[in-house]
Design a protein around this ligand. Structure first.
Ligand SMILES: [Zn+2]
Length: 452
């Protein structure tokens, strides 16, 4: 079309005056300019379903104007994108989870693109544009909050927080880093941080469930995005006594190896690497489109600072214990707990640590991080550290805070005999005293008998 026009124009130029030439050229340039400025394209659609939120990300060639509205019977969301075309048909979308059951598209007014999302029920839609980051170009993000899911979760939460008898469990919030449109770091074999850290988090959840006096809560259960501030908020809502964020980042240097434990710093970072990593982690919000403005930092009250200082001291304590146990299973990157300004760790009242379970950028560690056996080892090292911390720091009113009795072993006694005497299981007795399965009891040795 444009080619024909140019050829026609060439014919005209030969015959007509210079004035015509100028006029025609101006017309040609304006039409060329106009057509490149308006035609944005949608190059792909990605979707993730969380427990109460479904997120769609449209990868677009540039910023666009759009409108979004809901229609009922049947429930659907309409997204109109001005002067936009769809390149190819979206593929690989999984409609089995979340609120969206189908995605259709059509042209409107010859220039606009209309996308229709069929829904299972009513939602609260939100949409925003995101600027390019390292991994992605321009994006239009649509968040669909499922109203029903939120209500049912609230009810469930109330029901599950009845204390058991007089003493409660300590609650450990497990936070698998990244998720959804934020994949985190990627290894050479294509391993994504968001996937391996979720696997390790699930392993830790499984172990803590079996632990007397402890209960795990998961900040992220699947492959979806949760903002850094929302992670802290969720931990507080779930009344967590401890917050563990699990990561497996990349480093510029592919040879960097080892696990590390980080806690929040009030001032400057303890090393360049810690600072670099914190900045990298805090980018998660930029990728997922949450503002980094930290409103509770603005409060700046003395009380907040005091409780933050106290929880940093507690965080260093639990971080040190976790690091000790990580040392047993492999190389550690730094011999001490490092500190930097991690946004996810900024809960003023909950001791919080961030565990880098290894460098996904290192070929050897990438393979390790993919292995179920290694994931289990990491989780069990974290649990040992947590157990050690709560042994001396159990919050008042928890089962772990109750003073245990002591039993001194006499000749002829067996573990099963002692367990049945105090009406506890052998497993509890073993885990309280950190006894391996094949431990031989010594006469005169004292055992802690947990209060049940
Ligand atoms: Zn990370």
């Amino acid at each position: 079309m444009r080619g024909i026009r140019v050829r026609q124009l060439a014919g005209i130029v030969r015959q007509r005056s210079v004035a015509w030439l100028i006029f025609s050229l101006a017309l040609l340039f304006s039409s060329v300019f106009f057509s490149t400025a308006i035609a944005a394209t949608v190059n792909g659609v990605r979707m993730w379903a969380g427990p109460d939120n479904t997120r769609l990300v449209f990868d677009i060639s540039g910023p666009i104007d759009h409108k979004i509205f809901m229609l009922s019977s049947p429930n659907r969301i309409v997204v109109d994108m001005q002067n936009t075309r769809l390149r190819g048909q979206p593929t690989g979308l999984n409609f089995s989870d979340g609120v969206v059951t189908d995605l259709r598209s059509g042209a409107r007014n010859g220039r606009d693109l209309r996308m229709v999302l069929d829904l299972k029920g009513k939602v609260r839609p939100k949409s925003f544009l995101l600027k390019p980051t390292k991994q992605y170009g321009h994006r239009l993000v649509i968040d669909l909050q499922d109203a029903r899911a939120k209500q049912s979760r609230k009810v469930k939460r109330q029901a599950s927080y009845e204390p058991k008898g007089s003493a409660r469990d300590v609650i450990v919030a497990i936070d698998a880093g990244h998720g959804g449109d934020d994949p985190g770091a990627t290894g050479r074999r294509g391993t994504r941080e968001k996937d391996v850290v979720l696997a390790i988090a699930r392993e830790l959840e499984r172990l803590i469930k079996k632990e007397r006096g402890m209960r795990p809560v998961m900040i992220r259960r699947g492959d979806y995005f949760v903002g850094l501030k929302d992670r802290r908020k969720k931990a507080r809502e779930l009344k967590a006594d401890l917050f563990i964020s699990i990561h497996a980042d990349a480093f510029r240097n592919g040879r960097a190896r080892g696990t590390s434990v980080y806690v929040l710093s009030q001032g400057s970072a303890t090393s360049k690497a810690a600072k670099w990593l914190a900045e990298n982690e805090n980018n998660s919000d930029l990728i997922g489109g949450v503002s980094l403005d930290d409103k509770d930092d603005l409060l700046g009250s003395v009380l907040l600072d005091l409780s933050r200082n106290a929880s940093i001291a507690a965080s260093l304590d639990v971080g040190g214990k976790v690091l000790q146990h990580l040392k047993v299973i492999g190389r550690v990157h730094k011999d001490r707990v490092e500190q930097a300004g991690f946004a996810v760790l900024k809960a003023p009242d909950i001791p919080s640590i961030l565990v880098e379970t290894g460098y996904i950028s290192n070929r050897y560690e990438e393979n390790n991080l993919r292995s179920k056996k290694h994931q289990r080892k990491l989780a069990s090292a974290m649990l040992s550290g947590v157990r050690g911390y709560f042994r001396n720091n159990a919050p008042p009113g928890t089962l772990l805070a109750q003073v245990d009795r002591k039993h001194t072993i006499r000749r002829g006694e067996t573990l099963s005999g002692i367990a049945s005497k105090y009406r506890i299981s052998q497993r509890t007795l073993r885990s309280t005293n950190q006894l391996a399965l094949n431990t031989v009891l010594k006469i005169g040795q004292t055992l802690r008998i947990p209060v049940m």
